[in-house]
Design a protein around this ligand. Structure first.
Ligand code: KIV
Ligand code: ZN
Length: 415
């Protein structure tokens, strides 16, 4: 860990610590994402993904959990030697051997972070860790102090924050802050919270621990999607003072996944009038990064996935296609180009109208008059009733010879 980025001049690395309107993107695709079924990656695959995340502009990249396996250790170490822009983090339990292992894996990083976690809910303390509250508080202080002695950027996460007794959670966070944690992350580990509750937890913890603001400690959200609320909860945290969001590409992660990075980034941009914060995410890299991940792991996002799904910029219904051709703003709140998608797709299917059919025919080099369009449209609808996907070749096959012979220079390639 050569330079921790917290030097006297306030290096570039510290920008996110001082700009209160800046939301730090902490990507955990390679840690929380990777530890879910169908998502494991080799070191080489993690490195490919890390390059894509660096291009995307994430501020912090959680490269793995050093103590978990030799593979994780190797991936973290490899990434610290190849990736320069984002700060690199390793997860560690509140145990000295984990923390020391994380520090070793991060030793070549320009800027490093040790991310220590310990459960704060009675359920986890009693059944998983079999320790009492006081022991958990003692472990918190010891672990954060040890981590700080090895790295001056330390994040502490009280796991299962949202199901923890609030007074106890506040005690634990206070101890972590006193021990030197620079970021406090309060995870909704099981995706149980609602936006109102999650937001309120941030406001309350911040209000009850003045040292958070006095010391410039960053509050962070980390949400799971068990009830489909991970992105909404993350945004609620931001509205209540969180200035770091933990998220993954395509929302991969334990069970139903983590908050989807692309959705948070797009929401903060498209509704910047509402949220009033900025980020370093290069929005036009969202789709390409999603594609890189889809090629590495065993599944791609569902077609109707917001922002990066195949249908996110596809329109089939006649009314929508007509509106889109008149003015894309009718049915699109962001351009495909904004998030790196090549173009809007007007899908021809049984719900399409004449306007979209004429548009596609013209793109393919066929000009038709009103009567011809009507004729081709009837044949098209009959075909669309039988066939789910209509390709350009199908369309051309529907055309009478006299139209086909009049073909001029196409402006679009055949699909
Ligand atoms: O979901 C969770 O609680 C976590 C922590 C380790 C931050 O992933
Ligand atoms: Zn998690």
């Amino acid at each position: 860990m050569r330079d921790t980025g917290r030097d006297a001049e306030g290096s570039q690395a510290d920008v996110y610590m001082t700009q209160t309107n800046h939301v730090v993107f902490f990507d955990t695709t390679l840690r929380d994402g990777e530890q879910s079924p169908g998502c494991s990656m080799t070191t080489q695959e993690k490195l490919t993904m890390a390059h894509a995340l660096e291009e995307l502009g994430v501020d912090i990249l959680e490269a793995g959990f050093a103590m978990a396996s030799e593979g994780d250790f190797a991936a973290i170490s490899t990434i610290t030697q190849a990736i320069r822009k984002p700060r690199i983090a390793s997860l560690a339990r509140a145990k000295s051997e984990d923390i020391e292992m994380a520090a070793r894996a991060l030793q070549f990083a320009d800027r490093a972070r040790i991310h220590v976690f310990l459960a704060s809910s009675d359920l986890h303390l009693e059944y998983k860790l079999k320790i009492g509250r006081q022991e958990a508080l003692d472990l918190t202080g010891e672990a954060v102090r040890l981590a700080r002695s090895l790295c001056d950027d330390v994040e502490f996460s009280p796991e299962d924050s949202t199901r923890s007794d609030r007074d106890f959670l506040v005690d634990m966070v206070r101890i972590a802050v006193e021990a030197g944690a620079t970021t406090i992350n309060m995870p909704d580990t099981v995706g149980y919270s609602t936006p109102e509750e999650y937001g309120r937890m941030f406001a309350e913890v911040r209000e009850r621990i003045p040292a958070i603001d006095e010391k410039g400690v960053i509050l962070s959200s980390h949400c799971h999607d068990d009830l489909g609320l991970a992105v909404a909860n993350s945004l609620a945290a931001i509205q209540n003072g969180a200035r770091q969001v933990e998220c993954t590409i395509n929302g991969i992660g334990e069970r139903a996944g983590n908050a989807a990075l692309e959705e948070i980034a797009a929401a903060l941009y498209v509704r910047r009038d509402h949220y009033g914060v900025d980020t370093s995410v290069q929005l036009d890299k969202l789709f390409p990064t999603s594609q890189v991940l889809g090629q590495i792991i065993t599944f791609r996002p569902s077609p109707n996935k917001a922002v990066v799904g195949d249908n996110a910029f596809a329109h089939e219904s006649g009314i929508h296609q007509h509106g889109m051709l008149a003015n894309p703003l009718c049915y699109e709140i962001m351009t495909p180009a904004l998030v790196g998608v090549a173009k809007t797709h007007l899908v021809l299917g049984k719900h399409s109208g004449r306007a979209a059919l004429r548009h596609r025919l013209e793109q393919l080099g066929f000009t038709v008059d009103r009567d011809e369009l009507q004729h081709v449209y009837y044949r098209f609808v009959a075909l669309a009733d039988r066939k789910k996907n209509i390709y350009d070749q199908d369309l051309i096959g529907l055309l009478p010879d006299e139209i086909r012979e009049r073909r001029h220079m196409p402006v679009a390639e055949l699909d």
